[in-house]
Design a protein around this ligand. Structure first.
Ligand code: GRF
Length: 221
């Protein structure tokens, strides 16, 4: 019998780590046929590090404040991750802008989740900006990371309605539930070899993914 080694994930976090927890659970249940090789935070007090430790995972903290430039910080990340040869690097609430020093070595195997319906609202405070604009819906996008901030090709997107009385917090709560559904789907597609980043954009099963990503629905396989 040929023993296929499991795929390896590296996950970068900065905070609470609820998306990280979803990956921990998905790997444990077999929903994702992968092991988490390393969880790295740029913040020593990130609650997600405790989640990782509780799950028995290898963790590291690379504190961006210890580096004079973004590039030096990114090189330290590369040095930590590259020897592990991750099949996929997951940015899960990682709140640092990455430079080409990090993006190039992991190009095509680097995913981020951003809490807006990209290309709307790259950057911060996405839910408040959606409310201020009077948008009828908000949402979340998983996208490939390229050199453009929050500008890499979307893979999958989930929408929620904005309801009367919504605050940034209430909206964030509904959106995070969708985040937890769509991020493992995108990761699974990638690990199955179905999701590719090409010069022209993202592809699923050989077909170009629309510019706003595949729209989530309950029967998505
Ligand atoms: C999520 O809303 C994600 O979209 C954004 O940062 C937040 C991280 O939450 N990039 P958590 O740390 O995974 O709970």
């Amino acid at each position: 019998m040929i023993d296929h080694p499991k795929a390896r994930l590296a996950i970068l976090i900065s905070g609470r780590g609820s998306n990280l927890q979803v990956f921990i659970d998905a790997c444990a249940s077999g929903e994702l046929e992968a092991d988490i090789a390393l969880v790295v935070s740029n913040k020593p007090d990130a609650a997600g590090l405790q989640r990782a430790t509780r799950a028995g995972l290898a963790t590291g903290c690379i504190d961006h404040r210890d580096y004079a430039t973004r590039e030096e910080f990114d090189q330290a990340l590369v040095d930590a991750l590259l020897p592990l040869q991750p099949d996929l690097v997951i940015l899960a609430g990682f709140m640092r802008i990455l430079t080409p020093v990090f993006i190039r070595p992991f190009y095509g195997r680097l995913l981020n989740i951003h809490p807006s319906l990209l290309p709307k609202y790259p950057g911060l405070n996405t839910h408040q900006r959606a409310l201020d604009a009077g948008d009828g819906e908000a949402g979340v996008t998983v996208h490939f990371v390229t050199l453009e901030l929050d500008g890499g090709p979307p893979v999958i997107q989930a929408r929620v309605s904005v309801v009367a009385g919504d605050t940034a917090e209430s909206l964030a709560e509904r959106v995070i539930n969708r985040e937890h559904i769509i991020y493992p789907i995108a990761a699974r597609w990638h690990l199955q070899g179905r999701l590719k980043l090409k010069d022209e954009g993202a592809y699923l099963d050989g077909d170009p993914i629309p510019p706003t990503g595949i729209q989530y629905h309950e029967n998505l396989a």
